[in-house]
Design a protein around this ligand. Structure first.
Ligand SMILES: Nc1ncnc2c1ncn2[C@@H]1O[C@H](COP(=O)(O)OP(=O)(O)OP(=O)(O)O)[C@@H](O)[C@H]1O
Ligand SMILES: [Mg+2]
Length: 175
């Protein structure tokens, strides 16, 4: 499903090559781990696949094919739902992924554009089951908490649950 070929990421300001010659494939149902020392380019590679790198800051060369379509280059058009429904990313630091001043329930709701009370009820049912799937059994406790009231591991699992709720076909975990 995902084919990365000869990926190269360069910082425009310093011309420093941050990632070079990375190639891998991920088929349906497969899991791939990227292993490397800190600063070796795992997160940058994942962000390139998500097309989250600012082109004014990074030059990205090579090929990233998703379902046989090229996602890199000037003419590449991201398919609808590419970020989120097709490929999702769990970011590294749960402490910076959430806004500190908004309770988690309302904050997660905001990402889902809910119209009407029925949509909202269904949303909380889905959130409840996604949280249960990562072993968080107390929906109310989570949704009524501010991010700093939960442990780092709990927050990370909340983030994973929110990613699961979008039913992506692939999940990138950039830890
Ligand atoms: N916005 C940026 N501007 C310039 N250089 C960057 C930027 N983001 C990352 N880098 C550099 O790119 C390299 C790869 O960073 P990356 O975050 O991909 O590493 P990583 O493999 O995910 O490391 P870790 O295991 O610590 O998460 C590092 O040398 C880093 O300094
Ligand atoms: Mg990283």
């Amino acid at each position: 499903m995902l084919k990365v070929n000869d990926l190269e990421i360069t910082a425009r300001s310093t011309k420093e090559q941050l990632v070079k010659g990375i190639s891998f494939e991920v088929g349906k149902g497969e899991t791939l781990g990227l292993i490397g020392e800190s600063g070796s380019g795992k997160s940058l590679t994942s962000k390139a696949v998500m097309r989250l790198l600012n082109s004014r800051i990074f030059r990205v060369n090579g090929s990233i094919r998703w379902k046989d379509r090229e996602m890199l280059g000037r003419n590449a058009k991201l398919p609808k739902g590419y970020r989120g429904r097709q490929i999702a990313m769990i970011t590294q630091n749960p402490m910076t992924a959430f806004a500190p001043m908004i309770k988690l329930g309302r904050q997660i709701e905001m990402g889902f554009e809910l119209k009407g009370s029925r949509a909202k009820r269904e949303f909380y049912e889905r959130l409840d089951s996604a949280l249960k799937s990562v072993n968080l059994t107390d929906l109310r406790k989570i949704t009524d908490s501010y991010p700093d009231e939960l442990s780092g591991g709990m927050l990370q699992r909340v983030m994973i649950a929110v990613t699961i709720m979008q039913s992506p076909e692939r999940i990138h975990d950039t830890r």
